[in-house]
Design a protein around this ligand. Structure first.
Ligand code: SF4
Ligand code: SF4
Length: 435
């Protein structure tokens, strides 16, 4: 098959405009330059020398959430992600990257100790601001003006917490019981024999939001995997997946971070790798082969699973359902980015009183760079999500992405709602504790 390039993909677009019917940004703005078809026309004009690399072009590119919703319905199968990423990379090369993100990406992200220090300072600063309802607070100066609700930074990051115990052994009472449910387990090369028992050795890729903010999600992943008889490895050398850098076209940093992560997990000699962050999962599965070349597939990205995907594929388990009404929000990077929609629902159906909300796959409006640059627009997109959640009559909304969790908590808190937002794995952990 001929290699895809941004040119082949530009030529594939039939200009049918179907992407306009689903793009969350276009549905709010009605602006043709803020949807896949319009940006592909901009790419064409750029290729033909009709327009140039400018800040205005960057604005249009950064108004894309990279949610991949458009790709999911594109009848021509255009690889829109490849087009926009190529444009962002070229733009950064020709007109540079803004100073503050450049410092953050090049200086802090590859050096975890320095990034830790920066966040420790931020954590000390946030303590000056009084805590608001159930642990959420407003604490970024520029967000003060916008009244954004942000959860508190954790006192200790996950990687620091597990620094001296990178390998966490399975819970002995649960070991063989769970794995033996799998007839293929004993014949698979992924399973190792140890003291007559079979178990998997699984690497856990944490991701920044879970590492620094939602640390309980990591604890839940570890506890559930231990209960399923899995040996969990948390390589301490792992760093940010690189999505903030590649979102601004910083190819150099994105490559550097990808290389560090690949090495960290290769050296850990794990059978599988799991993550509980939909955005990190999408980045590692889809972007790393492009950044590092296909060699990383065998030893790294090919072993990667979202936590719900992993559990539903390899295990059966017992839970006593919780008496909680729960609904589910599909993170774009899990559903459109990785095709995972059924597995989290299967977990929730077994663990709570599950009820679907209206348009569960509709974008919540979150997304790192997009949320910062287009905060009002992201909240406008999220309004539909907040209304669907409230209408469902739920007590809690589960999701599979800490980025969506951040956005949904902000949306619900700004509406004065008492509905909690949690990760699917936290629900499973709680339900496992009841047996
Ligand atoms: S749906 Fe696909 S083919 Fe149609 S305009 Fe959008 S990107 Fe082009
Ligand atoms: S990736 Fe998402 S935000 Fe960007 S054009 Fe496609 S649907 Fe719109």
């Amino acid at each position: 098959m001929p290699k895809k390039t941004w040119e082949t993909e530009i030529n594939t677009c039939a200009k049918c405009g179907k992407c306009r019917s689903v793009c969350p940004v276009f549905l709010e703005t009605g602006n043709e330059s803020m949807v896949a078809r319009g940006r592909i026309s901009l790419a064409e004009a750029l290729r033909d020398g009709e327009i140039f690399h400018t800040e205005r072009l960057r604005d249009y590119l950064l108004s894309c959430k990279k949610c991949l919703r458009c790709s999911s319905i594109c009848p021509a199968g255009v690889d829109y992600d490849l087009i926009i990423q190529t444009m962002l990379d070229d733009l950064a090369e020709r007109i540079g990257i803004w100073l503050i993100p450049r410092i953050l990406f090049r200086l802090f992200l590859p050096r975890r100790w320095l990034f830790d220090l920066l966040l420790k300072a931020a954590s000390a600063f946030q303590r000056l601001v009084p805590l608001k309802r159930h642990g959420t607070m407003r604490h970024l100066p520029f967000m003060f003006l916008k009244r954004k609700w942000i959860p508190a930074l954790a006192k200790k990051s996950v990687l620091n917490k597990y620094k001296h115990r990178e390998v966490i052994l399975p819970n002995p009472s649960s070991r063989k019981k769970k794995i033996q449910n799998y007839p293929s387990a004993q014949s698979s090369s992924f399973f190792k024999e140890e003291r007559g028992d079979y178990h998997m050795r699984v690497g856990f890729y944490i991701g920044c939001l879970i590492n620094y903010v939602y640390t309980d999600i990591a604890d839940a992943v570890v506890e559930v995997l231990q209960n399923l008889g899995v040996e969990v490895v948390i390589p301490s050398q792992q760093v940010c997946c690189g999505i903030p850098a590649s979102s601004l076209g910083d190819r150099t940093t994105a490559r550097k971070l990808a290389e560090v992560n690949k090495k960290a997990f290769e050296e850990a000699h794990v059978d599988f790798i799991v993550t509980a962050c939909a955005t990190c999962g999408r980045t590692l599965k889809r972007d790393y082969p492009r950044i590092l070349g296909d060699d990383c597939t065998m030893t790294f990205t090919g072993k990667l699973y979202d936590i719900s995907e992993f559990i539903e594929k390899y295990f059966t388990y017992e839970t006593k359902p919780l008496n909680t009404k729960i609904t589910y929000h599909d993170p774009c990077h899990l559903s459109w980015g990785q095709g995972i929609t059924g597995q989290p629902r299967d977990i929730l159906r077994r663990t709570g009183i599950f009820q679907e909300m209206e348009d569960p796959e509709r974008c919540c409006g979150g997304g790192g760079v997009f949320n910062i640059l287009h905060y009002d627009l992201s909240m406008k997109i999220g309004e539909h999500k907040a209304r669907s959640i409230e209408k469902s009559g739920t007590e809690a909304v589960a999701t599979g992405c800490p980025g969506c969790q951040l956005q949904i908590e902000d949306l619900l808190a700004s509406r004065g709602s008492g509905i909690r937002c949690i990760h699917t794995i936290q629900v499973l952990r709680d339900a496992m504790r009841t047996i």
